[in-house]
Design a binder for this molecule. Structure first.
Ligand code: NAI
Length: 462
């Protein structure tokens, strides 16, 4: 029986990062993955392919909206959907092959196939049983659906189907104004689809700072997305190869039927732990199906650990990676730790939206005294030069200590800008620390410094 120090089940960002780190720290590691390619949902049918389509359609939108303004004349390019799909597939292929190379380089054994845990310390793949001191569940998540909605991945799709549609739908209804709905909705709106987003709550992007969410909705509306808020989708029917989305308004119970060529169900994801044999092992689960873990990622069964989307917390690839790294260090006898207060989240729309730390709503609920430093990208020369003056940076700092508690950005490269604030928060920095740091001119990052200045004696370009 093959024997390993660690067997990780699942080759997504949580699992493969954990495997590489374990190997770097001298452990003998195997990783079980049943897909033909490594990288999990993120690389195969999530973050990476969606970013390829977001990039391509953003370039198209830029050509349509801005090229002429810069003296770049001529018709905007036409879309060859099949070619755009193959560009996306190439990007995915390069990335998944890259992970395979990294596993080989680090001498991680890839056990190909779907794994189960028949007993503590044992992993079974196909007919073979492997033994390990430590087993890590890093099996990720899968889309949820709604009652009365049957996914066929052609007319009624999850994000997986939406990334690989046969053609561009004339009318797309998106159920759920979360990250998936808005990223995919943006892609199809730029490709010319009429996009209607139906959301249960009275605002988009649940959990996001409301100020940010409001500006985001305004910008998306200007880009052509339509929103029906405060509406619960009750069912979706397929009638003569078209969809009928039936929703009920929360306010007055009025029922409306929306006709569409395609429907994207983006109502959340749930942990994917089916088939592992966790029930028979007696592994404790949380009420929403996540594997229960302690701060060291230990489950209720000795030697069995879990990380990523399969456990509690935000379902983000980089949160899973952090947990994978921390667990590897713990398994190697070091002090692995994740600071959950400084995990950024990003929506890769144009403009991008990024947050870290507390929202104003959370600080108010905690009764915490805070100050707000806000700076509009309209005051940032670089952003204005590239038609990206919409949006702002907002830094929330403790009223008396000036320590940064959170930051919220909507604007160009927000997903990159946020990291300056993540680092500052990791170091326990004050807004003044950021404000006193020289920022190169002309950069988008100056807007971050200006927001930090606005927490003190005031921004310069406001
Ligand atoms: P979500 O949980 O972010 O949003 C789902 C939305 O659907 C909610 O606003 C909810 O109120 C709404 N909803 C639920 N039932 C409904 C109904 N019957 N009628 C109308 N609205 C309804 O879920 P989403 O967007 O599917 O994303 C899943 C996970 O994947 C999230 O945890 C997200 O953070 C993660 N993700 C992150 C990305 C990123 O970081 N850029 C990209 C894609 C996914």
């Amino acid at each position: 029986m093959a024997n390993f120090d660690v067997i990780i089940i699942g080759g997504g960002p949580g699992g493969y990062v954990c495997a590489i780190r374990c190997a770097q720290l001298g452990l003998n590691v195997a990783l079980a993955e049943g897909r033909d390619n490594l990288g999990g949902t993120c690389l195969n049918v999530g973050c990476i392919p969606s970013k390829a389509l977001l990039h391509a359609t953003h370039a198209l939108h830029d050509a349509q909206m801005n090229f002429e303004k810069m003296g770049l004349m001529g018709a905007a390019p036409k879309v060859d959907w099949a070619k755009m799909q193959s560009y996306k597939d190439d990007v995915v292929g390069q990335n998944t092959k890259g992970i395979e190379f990294l596993l080989k380089k680090n001498k991680v054994t890839w056990i190909k196939g779907w794994a189960e845990v028949p007993a503590a310390g044992k992993v079974k793949v196909g007919g073979t049983v492997y033994q390990a001191k430590h087993i890590v569940i890093a099996t990720g998540s899968e889309p949820t659906s709604l009652p009365n909605v049957e996914i066929d991945e052609k007319i009624i799709m999850t994000s997986t189907g939406a990334l690989a549609l046969g053609g561009i739908p004339k009318k797309l209804v998106v159920i759920g104004a979360g990250v998936i709905g808005l990223e995919m909705g943006s892609i199809y709106a730029r490709l010319g689809s009429e996009v209607v987003v139906v959301e249960y709550l009275d605002h988009i992007t649940a959990g996001m700072d409301k100020d940010l969410a409001k500006t985001f909705q305004k910008i998306l509306t200007k880009q052509g997305l339509k929103f029906v808020l405060g509406a619960a989708v009750q069912s979706v029917l397929v009638v003569k190869k078209r969809a009928e989305v039936i929703y009920k308004l929360n306010a007055d119970g009025q029922v409306t039927v929306l006709d569409a060529d395609a429907v994207l169900v983006a109502t959340g994801r749930k942990p994917y732990v089916a088939g592992l044999g966790l029930e028979a092992l007696g592994v404790a689960l949380l009420p929403r199906g996540q594997v229960q873990t302690d701060v060291h990622f230990k489950t209720s069964v000795a030697g069995l650990y879990a990380i990523g989307d399969a456990i509690a917390g935000p379902m983000l690839a980089h949160k899973a990676e952090e947990e994978g790294m921390a667990l590897a260090e713990i398994l190697a006898g070091k002090a692995g730790h994740v600071n959950y207060d400084a995990i950024p989240s990003v929506v890769y729309s144009t403009p991008e939206v990024a947050s870290v730390g507390k929202t104003e709503e959370q600080l108010n609920a905690e009764g915490r005294a805070y100050k707000v430093g806000r700076f509009s990208f309209m005051g940032n020369g670089r952003a204005k030069a590239v038609f990206q003056g919409e949006g702002f940076v907002k830094i929330l700092a403790d009223k008396s200590s000036d320590r940064i508690l959170g930051a919220h950005i909507i604007g160009p490269m927000a997903g990159d800008l946020i990291h300056e604030i993540c680092v500052a928060m990791e170091f326990g920095a004050s807004a003044q620390d950021l404000a006193l740091t020289c920022h190169a001119h002309p950069t988008y990052s100056e807007a971050v410094r200006e927001a930090a200045l606005a927490c003190g004696d005031g921004a310069i370009h406001a």
